[in-house]
Design a protein around this ligand. Sequence first.
Ligand SMILES: [Zn+2]
Length: 390
Amino acid sequence: MEIHSEMSVRNGRGWRIRVRVFMALAVTLALSALTLTSSRAEAGDSDRLILISLDGVRTQEIFLGLDEELLMKSNEGKKKEDVELYRRFHGSTPEESRAKLMPFLWNEWIPGHGAILGNRHRENGVPMKLVNRRRFSYPGYAEILTGSAHDAEITSNDKIQNPFPTVMDYLRQQWELSDTGIAAFSSWDVIPFIVSREAGSIFTNGGFQHYQSEDPRIRVIDEAQFEQPTPWDSVRHDFTTFSFAMDFLKKNQPRALYLSLGETDDWAHMDRYDMVLDSLYRTDKYLRQLWNFLQSSPFYRNRTTVILCTDHGRGDNIYNWSSHNSLLPGAEFVWMAAFGPGIKHRGEWDPQEPATQSQIAATLCATAGLDITKFIPGASGPVKGLISSD
Ligand SMILES: [Zn+2]
């Protein structure tokens, strides 16, 4: 408006010029608003973050799909073609099999929206590894969430409050998030102890724990977790955890969410390869549901970055695949996938140097323009070449 009056005074040619100048100004403003909007969308705002972990999922199943030898071990004497899971997940190539096992991940999510790394099974494939040498869950989740390994301090899966600050602590503080602005949902009841250094500072719901909701469907699922227990004391079914997390997401629109699914590891420990496969297939459905919701929500659409990862690998052959520990070869190999505007859409990709699990926290933060080392000095940096602003 100031420009308008200055121009009209200087030209002194009455209302016609004033209207023309005003129109030109309006058009300029509208155009620059348009340019701003589109360049923001192209640059990729990423200011909502979701971390998802699947417990103990091997690179074999993620990148190669069905391990036929392993499946047939528990179906001795049968013809492959008579085994239902063989018919469902067999492919003539690893690419075909993995896409049958996790169709959303391989056919839609990775090609359309993100990148995956850690395929050590292909020629010149660059592995992704744990830094911690313990190779079981608490040390793995601590490495994911704190950005480094703590082998001397974290020595068990006991329910001990994490003594180290986490990426969740950082996001809560940095973004000044309210009680519902950040949350963690987990199938395993130890996760609530790992997500934060300070007990109760972040909303968590994990293991067999009640979840309050107005939604009658969710209330039934809440009741069912106690009526239909899992084969385990400390891990509820992932469907329960996922349903609660979705309910929370829809109602509270947190800017940061951690979803920790656990069944895959527990079925593996029971030597139930069939159930591991089925869990992965169901998990893929949950991932599709979650992404579709995010893309349908004005709050999350085109500004939410998701990182998907695992806490440890497992044994490499049909005799030791069900286990994982510091001495077992294969348990040190992990993988990671990332999606959304904060990520370069590279598809299946090998970084120049092997990535480590300790880089997940920094990578997640970097997609939102945050540097975790300002909060956790000594934390590993982000994976180079993966962040869209790199
Ligand atoms: Zn395990």
